[in-house]
Design a protein around this ligand. Structure first.
Ligand code: ZN
Length: 208
């Protein structure tokens, strides 16, 4: 059984998500339905939509957590739109991840600041480690688009074996690759979580 407080908290989270994720024309009905749900209906709602309370309250994307300094990372560079961190399970030496600050699965190849960060970090890797080339690979995980900068020394590809890097090794690489950036440039914007979507969402039927 959920307490009254928990029910209220869950409703607030759901309302916030509906406001962020639902198409305009579907919002008001969904909001009304959520507000009217009684405790049993809230529990039913969580169950039928395969959500659990912890997920609603805590779910966060790992890349957002890195961007917002909620989990430690080896940051080497940053600008207003993206950060560059060392991959802790690298395929090759100086394998870097560029993480856009916005939680979005959309790959914005033409976004100026993201493109410029890719370019400057790539240049830095080339200068310091002289790989044959630096492969730029776009992908997404947990709905967050990321860019891999993979230095190729032999014939490594994104499918090559990964190896956990030692702390000392990462600290050394961080020193070598870091570029000076303003230290307070992390926006204090809240990461957006997308858990519920209008598609296939079960809502309790209303008695007319
Ligand atoms: Zn994210």
């Amino acid at each position: 059984m959920l307490s009254e407080e928990q029910i209220e908290h869950i409703k607030q989270q759901l309302i916030r998500q509906v406001e962020e994720n639902f198409p305009e024309d579907k919002k008001s009905l969904a909001l009304e339905q959520i507000q009217e749900m009684n405790p049993e209906e809230v529990e039913d709602f969580l169950e039928k939509n395969n959500l659990n309370q912890d997920r609603i309250e805590n779910e966060k994307c790992i890349f957002c957590s890195i961007v917002f300094n909620e989990i430690p990372s080896y940051k080497i560079s940053e600008n207003s739109e993206a950060i560059a961190v060392l991959e802790i399970n690298p395929i090759s030496k100086a394998h870097v991840l560029i993480i856009p600050k916005e939680h979005s699965s959309e790959i914005k190849k033409s976004e100026k600041n993201i493109a410029s960060l890719i370019k400057s970090v790539k240049k830095q890797i080339e200068k310091k480690f002289s790989p044959k080339e630096v492969k730029v690979s776009y992908s997404q995980m947990f709905g967050h688009s990321i860019i891999n900068l993979l230095p190729v020394y032999e014939n490594e590809t994104m499918n090559s074996k990964r190896k956990k890097a030692e702390k000392e090794e990462l600290e050394e690489l961080q020193k070598v690759l870091s570029t000076k950036t303003p230290s307070n440039s992390v926006k204090s914007r809240k990461p957006r979580t997308k858990i519920i979507k209008e598609k296939n969402l079960w809502l309790p039927r209303r008695i007319p």
